[in-house]
Design a protein around this ligand. Structure first.
Ligand SMILES: [Zn+2]
Length: 290
């Protein structure tokens, strides 16, 4: 699960495979996971880093065409490891097929115990800040919760490249689902954490490469601030349920996106509650004015 199409359409990657060359020590190859759908847009990108420690970032869903693409990109090398950004199905479920196809590969992610067992692999835990050999260099794990509690980005310092998972998707917003332990307070902190790295580019799990990270990340922060203001203003006219707020915030929303919109509104309400700016009685929310 990746993103909300509530605000605008998902970016369409062009073609099934692209090479980018951020530095001589990192030459990641994007490999499409062949899994388009309502929650994944055009589908996922995974990233193969060739070199001494051939590394795949994200597992896709096990589509045979993806496995073939990984084989081809490896060009005869073994697959050493798969680093998974988070346990959502479109990023993690492919580990089962990858383990069969590439015996000896290691599977690493930050643990999320309730979810990881869905994709039975010999998971090895990653902690925040861990340095991981990958390709011919090193990546640093950066814990960036919000979209999911276990969300990691992987930072390549020399080229200032961040493998950004579902932290950002160019042209749309990222879904923060409270019912799946999404957390807007954490997400905003993660955006600031990544801004502080001053990345030159983000290589995401969906959509095109983001080569203007500061613009995109600042845009996200501004977007959330505006959403929050809309919700606060709506609550000023009286208490309301999240369901009642949705049509006030998202006008003309397609039926299929109602649940995503409701979760997004709820994520904002929970943030306001944590900050002591809103409170609820059952499902009815009201604003607390200073
Ligand atoms: Zn996701």
């Amino acid at each position: 699960m990746a993103l909300a199409s509530v605000d605008c359409a998902v970016g369409q990657p062009d073609g099934a495979s692209r090479g980018v060359n951020p530095s001589s020590t990192l030459n990641p190859i994007s490999l499409h996971a062949f899994n388009p759908g309502p929650m994944t847009g055009a589908g996922n990108w995974t990233w193969l880093i060739p070199g001494r420690v051939p590394t795949l970032i994200d597992a896709g869903t096990g589509d045979p065409r993806h496995l073939d693409a990984v084989s081809e990109a490896l060009a005869g090398a073994r697959l050493a490891q798969v680093l998974v950004t988070h346990a959502h199905v479109d990023h993690a479920s492919g580990v089962v097929a990858l383990a069969e196809r590439f015996p000896g590969a290691h599977f690493l992610k930050m643990p999320w115990s309730e979810r990881d067992s869905r994709w039975p692999a010999a998971w090895e835990p990653i902690v925040d800040g861990q340095i991981i050999d990958a390709g011919d260099g090193e990546l640093r794990a950066v814990h960036t919760p919000g979209h999911a509690p276990d969300h990691l980005c992987f930072w390549h310092e020399e080229s200032r490249t961040l493998f950004s998972g579902d932290l950002a998707v160019k042209g749309t917003t990222v879904y923060i689902p409270p019912n799946l332990r999404g957390d807007l307070v954490d997400y905003l902190a993660s955006l600031e954490r990544v801004r502080a790295l001053a990345p030159a580019r983000l290589l995401p799990g969906h959509g095109p490469i983001i080569d203007d990270p500061e613009t995109v990340l600042l845009g996200y922060l501004e977007h959330r601030r505006e959403r929050e203001e809309q919700i606060v203003n709506a609550l000023r006219s009286g208490e309301a349920t999240p369901d009642a707020l949705v049509p006030l915030i998202y006008r003309g929303l397609k039926e299929s996106l109602l649940q995503v919109a409701r979760e997004t509104v709820l994520a904002h309400l929970l943030k306001l509650e944590r900050e002591g700016r809103a409170a609820r009685r059952d499902d009815w929310w009201h604003i607390i004015e200073p």
